[in-house]
Design a protein around this ligand. Structure first.
Ligand code: AMP
Ligand code: ZN
Length: 114
């Protein structure tokens, strides 16, 4: 999808501070970090929202979570703790409609989120 900012990052058309690349996912630093460590993990293949994921996406959803844990290890906060979040649609706070996992760490995160 040429008008999708995350597809353009996958295609190398927009720069990103890459943390991890696999056959199926990409992780990079969020442009507007909400914690000392804030990364995004995205599938290479475009899926707009969690609502659009189907049975055939079971493996890629697992890949996102496992890559999230790997990113936390790489960024050094796996043991102290972190949060993974997927926002869905307007009330969930989703602004980029290419599914992604936020990985936030490096400070104590409050709960419940706003
Ligand atoms: P969400 O609001 O859950 O859809 O999250 C989208 C996230 O993408 C936000 O945290 C943005 O700061 C981040 N973002 C948007 N454009 C870029 C970009 N070009 N590179 C890195 N992060 C981005
Ligand atoms: Zn996309």
């Amino acid at each position: 999808m040429s008008d999708c900012v995350f597809c353009r990052i996958v295609a190398g058309e927009i720069p990103a501070r890459i943390i991890l690349k696999t056959d199926t996912v990409l992780a990079f630093h969020d442009l507007n970090p909400q914690a000392p460590g804030h990364a995004l993990v995205i599938p290479r293949r475009h899926i707009a929202t969690l609502n659009d994921a189907s049975e055939s996406d079971r493996a890629i959803l697992g890949d996102l979570m496992l890559a999230g844990a790997e990113v936390a290890r790489i960024l050094g906060f796996a043991e102290s703790g972190y949060r993974t979040v997927t926002n869905c649609n307007p009330d969930g706070g989703q602004t980029v409609y290419h599914i992604h996992l936020h990985v936030l760490g490096g400070r104590r995160l409050s709960w419940p989120p706003g």
